[in-house]
Design a binder for this molecule. Sequence first.
Ligand code: GLP
Length: 257
Amino acid sequence: MKIFLCVDAAQATALAGAQVQQQIMRKPESVLGFATGGTMEALYAELIRLHRHQALSFAGVRSFNLDEYLGLSGTHSHSYSHYMHQHLFDHVNIQPQHIHLLQGDAADPVVEAQAYEQRIQSVDGIDLQLLGLGENGHIGFNEPSSSLASRTRVKRLAPDTLAANQRYFSADISQPTHALTMGIGTIMDARQVVMLALGTKKADAVAHMIEGPISARWPASVLQMHPQTTVILDAPAAQHLACRDYYTAVHPMGLVE
Ligand code: GLP
């Protein structure tokens, strides 16, 4: 695990953007795994900036999103599909036929999940998977107790996840209780993982992920077994890490190999 401790959220976000930029420059036809959530909004704004001002091209990029709320159509204002168009796809030159999103309102979610796994395999897997981190340690919507070998499937959302994401829903739009999500095994198959976690609310989960035992109680801890994971943190998210000085010495300001 590479651990980049950044001074603030802006530096961390820029660093995560640079990881994506380098991947696309290395391989213009990269398969990218995209995440959603508040943390990713600034990262997508950074990718749009790189597209506009540094000619970063998404023309060859193929994308797979991590998860989608069960029951919401792709055009629903609270779907992750809508989120992705609003925050990234509508602003860069990604080809519509290269975008892969889980269909939350699929007639048969089990079939949808299996077909998604096959679509990932058919493009030879994900080159770089972006991840955010749930306050309870989830990745995608793989809640505590998720099998560390799980594949794409339906998951019931944990009470703390529902509480954390409640802010996005209003009285007239009820919050879905289930989601379709890539499994932990699916995520672990990605050749590279870049995790961005910011703020005090993530500090406990970050400490369990990096320094705790590998456990389904904190699903992100499985990333300790991934050979190419980069975790990018701001100071508040890193505050409970015991070995902060060591991580900083290895990657000063996250800039040195
Ligand atoms: C949701 C998503 C996760 C994301 C998490 C963190 O639960 N399913 O993929 O990592 O939110 O979101 P935020 O960045 O808003 O804290």
